[in-house]
Design a protein around this ligand. Structure first.
Ligand SMILES: [Zn+2]
Length: 455
């Protein structure tokens, strides 16, 4: 019902949306009308949300190497052609092919109780009938060091509450090798995410070179708390972990590209995008199907309204962000000769919740221009430009050619959902997607259209 009310009230919202702050730059006047049209078009329907729902409902999750991802890429290429995009192509990329298989974790003493777990991506498996060991809980790498010989032969749980991704994720990426060096037989982490409804979060680990590789999994925050309480009471907890996880040979995948060729300087390119792969649970809606769709929308909206900017606008849906970043590095290498003519790269990979503006990295003069363009977005509340733009997939290209980088800022519960079975489209508000798509379209359009190149 709320979607219907949203559509009815649009005309009122849009009339008020473009009053804007009093002091705006004169050069922007030429862009007020196209900006209004792009935003109106985007916010007059739930097209973006409907497309994301179709993606998730039809193909589900999309881990690198999976048939789901392959089929989803081919569907998306077909949809891009139907949208009227140009030069739609699938650029081949070899990707790692990790498969989870069946997995379980249970307390076997005292009593038997299954735990809510997800193996970590890139983990090795256990022997076919699993492995059993006593539990050792630590709260930090320092704790692990202090435990000394008590680590040997144990399953180690890093019970480290989520603070920021940067602070907490090293336990997921490096914990297995650090525990293995001290003789642990398996590693568990408290999920890197917010407490939810006993929902574990997967994510990639990275084994250190030359160290023994032990299986590793995440448990829900509730199960981590439970295990901690049991150990605090002095209970000896014995666990059995079973995982069939393994690598298959590298698989064929793609980056998908579509364009609106520039009418005057087609060799200069504004890139928008996201990563099309996801973890193998949920439907990769928040991470990062939504980011892909709202970026792609920028081109569809321009095409639909007959707005063909001076420079080329290119959407890139990258492969393999989650467990390899091969799409990102392939794009950099394949397009190395034209990176110097990449005017701006944008990626959305923080979920599509209520958009608040953009993060930007680049020169002071480019920042000033971006801030001025953002005044066109004042009426829809997406005009705040913060320091630090960019996401993982555009990173290698941005670094290689010092390209101005932009990312979408949102207000929402990304770290409650991402990498979980709960990452499905119903968590996303259609209005947020329409607003985000409109804001991205305006930003991409003006940067591609303005006479002076962004510098
Ligand atoms: Zn992501």
């Amino acid at each position: 019902m709320h979607r219907r009310r949203f559509l009815v009230s649009l005309s009122i919202v849009c009339a008020a949306a473009f009053a804007g702050p009093a002091a705006q730059s004169h050069w922007l006047d030429a862009y007020r009308e196209p900006a209004r049209r792009l935003i109106d078009e985007s916010r007059s329907s739930t097209f973006a949300w409907d497309r994301l729902a179709e993606l998730g409902d039809t193909f589900g999750h999309r881990l690198s190497g999976s048939d789901n991802l392959d089929a989803a890429f081919k569907w998306a290429a077909d949809q891009m052609r139907r949208d009227g995009l140009e030069n739609v192509r699938l650029e081949p990329v070899k990707v790692p092919h990790w498969v989870r298989g069946a997995e379980s974790l249970e307390i076997i003493a005292p009593g038997r109780h299954p735990l809510a777990m997800l193996g970590l991506g890139n983990s090795v498996g256990t022997p076919a009938d699993g492995l059993q060991a006593d539990l050792l809980v630590v709260r930090s790498f320092q704790d692990l060091d202090a435990a000394g010989d008590r680590v040997k032969g144990r399953i180690v749980l890093f019970n480290v509450p989520f603070t920021t991704y940067g602070e907490t994720v090293p336990y997921r990426s490096d914990g297995a090798s650090k525990a293995a060096v001290k003789g642990a037989v398996a590693m568990l982490i408290r999920s890197v995410g917010l407490p939810g409804l006993r929902t574990p979060h997967t994510g990639a680990l990275r084994y250190a070179d030359g160290q023994p590789q032990i299986p590793a999994a995440a448990v829900s925050t509730e199960d981590a708390d439970r295990l901690q309480r049991m150990v605090n009471r002095g209970t000896r907890v014995r666990l059995r972990l079973k995982m069939e996880a393994r690598f298959l040979p590298d698989a064929d995948s793609f980056n998908l590209i579509g364009e609106l060729r520039g009418r005057e300087q087609p060799g200069e390119v504004v890139v928008v995008g996201g990563h099309f792969d996801s973890w193998d649970v949920g439907a990769g809606a928040t991470d990062d199907g939504g980011g892909c769709v709202v970026s792609w929308e920028a081109l569809r909206l321009m095409k639909k309204l007959g707005l063909r900017p001076r420079r080329t606008v290119r959407v890139v849906l990258f492969t393999n962000e989650e467990n390899g970043l091969r799409g990102a590095t392939d794009y950099r290498d394949r397009h190395r000769d034209e990176l110097a003519n990449h005017v701006l790269m944008f990626e959305s990979d923080s979920g599509v919740f209520r958009p608040t503006g953009f993060g930007f990295s680049g020169s002071d003069s480019a920042r000033k221009t971006i801030e001025e363009i953002a005044t066109l977005l004042h009426g829809i509340g997406t005009d705040t430009i913060t320091a630090g733009g960019g996401e993982a997939d555009i990173g290698p290209s941005v670094q290689a050619a010092n390209i101005p980088a932009l990312s979408l800022n949102v207000d929402g519960n990304y770290f409650l959902l991402h990498h979980t079975a709960a990452d499905t489209v119903d968590k996303i508000d259609p209005r947020d997607m329409s607003t985000a798509a409109g804001a991205i379209a305006v930003m991409a359009y003006v940067v591609a259209e303005m006479p002076e190149r962004l510098r």
